[in-house]
Design a protein around this ligand. Structure first.
Ligand code: LMR
Length: 300
């Protein structure tokens, strides 16, 4: 995740009732004999687990069940992220960066960030890379190409059924997607629907939410943040909205982003037509509504 020469010390946090399961994870981590894993510790104490952490991945949460929306978890999971944010502020390293994976990840990230006022806003990210990867896979299948041929795929907004995977600015082998896949009804219909409902489709088939693809997306998100982005490409990550594209500040919104290896910037100036604008406005509205639901957990 951090490159071929970067050793990693893992500090794993679990709730007390699940420490036995964590013990098994640690046994497997040892048994993988990972060349870059220098140490691994486990704790149920946030203050200990976040001590001196440079990168935090917040994936602990109650997963949703069949027929639930991610935002249905706000009540139960939201409460987890306020103390986590506070413990990060109090104990993590001064350069700490945090990726929120636990759902609903955008608003959970907002809660954690809002409870960690001393940690600058540009250190907080939520994961929409899974939606990007899902969109790339669907476009590649439709066009009969490999997923690596699909580039410039930005997901806008929330990691939810309103996410907008922006096929209008995406490319296949350097050509606009809409020139390669001319079936516009599919792009505006089944494609969007498949990507947006993929998490629920997985829960239906597997009985549990996506695991491997989500873990892979988390690794790829951090890799894209700590490495320079390839020329002319971009990746999706949710971060604090700064007013770009007329999107309201004060929400954690997914944008097309580029990194120079340390700083992540929102790609500016992409064309947004009426169709895209309506989709983006709808997903922003959902984020604003989610923020209103958790306002008690966001200190003024
Ligand atoms: C996913 O998209 O697979 C995850 O966010 C899990 C879920 O609840 O769908």
């Amino acid at each position: 995740m951090f490159g071929p020469d970067q050793p990693v010390e893992l500090q794993l946090i679990e709730i007390p009732q699940r420490m036995k399961a964590l013990e098994a994870v640690v046994m497997e981590l040892y048994d993988c004999a990972f060349p870059l894993m220098r140490s691994v510790s486990m704790t149920d104490d946030l203050d200990v687990g976040f001590q001196a952490a440079n990168w935090v991945v917040l994936c602990g949460c109650t997963p949703r069940k069949d027929k639930m929306l991610r935002k249905d978890l706000l009540g139960v999971n939201g409460k987890v992220f306020a103390p986590q944010g506070k413990a990060i502020m109090d104990h993590a390293a001064s350069d700490v960066r945090t990726l929120v994976v636990g759902n609903p990840c955008n608003t959970n990230c907002l809660i954690a960030m809002s409870n960690a006022k001393d940690v600058p806003a540009d250190r907080w990210f939520a994961m929409t890379r899974l939606d990007e990867n899902r969109a790339k896979a669907q476009l590649a299948l439709k066009a009969g190409v490999h997923s690596t041929d699909v580039t410039n795929l930005a997901v806008w907004g929330n990691h939810s059924i309103t996410a907008f995977p922006d096929f209008l600015n995406a490319k296949i082998a350097g050509k606009p997607v809409i020139d390669v896949i001319t079936d516009r009804a599919w792009l505006e219909g089944d494609f969007l629907k498949t990507v947006r409902h993929r998490g629920a489709a997985m829960i239906k088939v597997r009985g549990l939410s996506a695991a491997q693809s989500a873990a892979h997306a988390a690794v790829e998100t951090i890799r894209s943040i700590v490495n320079p982005t390839l020329a002319d490409d971009w990746h999706s990550v949710a971060l604090p909205a700064d007013g770009s594209y007329g999107i309201e500040k004060g929400i954690i919104c997914s944008f097309p982003t580029r990194s120079d290896g340390s700083k992540v910037e929102i790609v500016q100036g992409l064309p947004i037509n009426d169709f895209a604008r309506a989709k983006i406005d709808a997903t922003i509205k959902e984020l604003v509504d989610e923020r209103a639901i958790v306002k008690d957990q966001i200190p003024v």
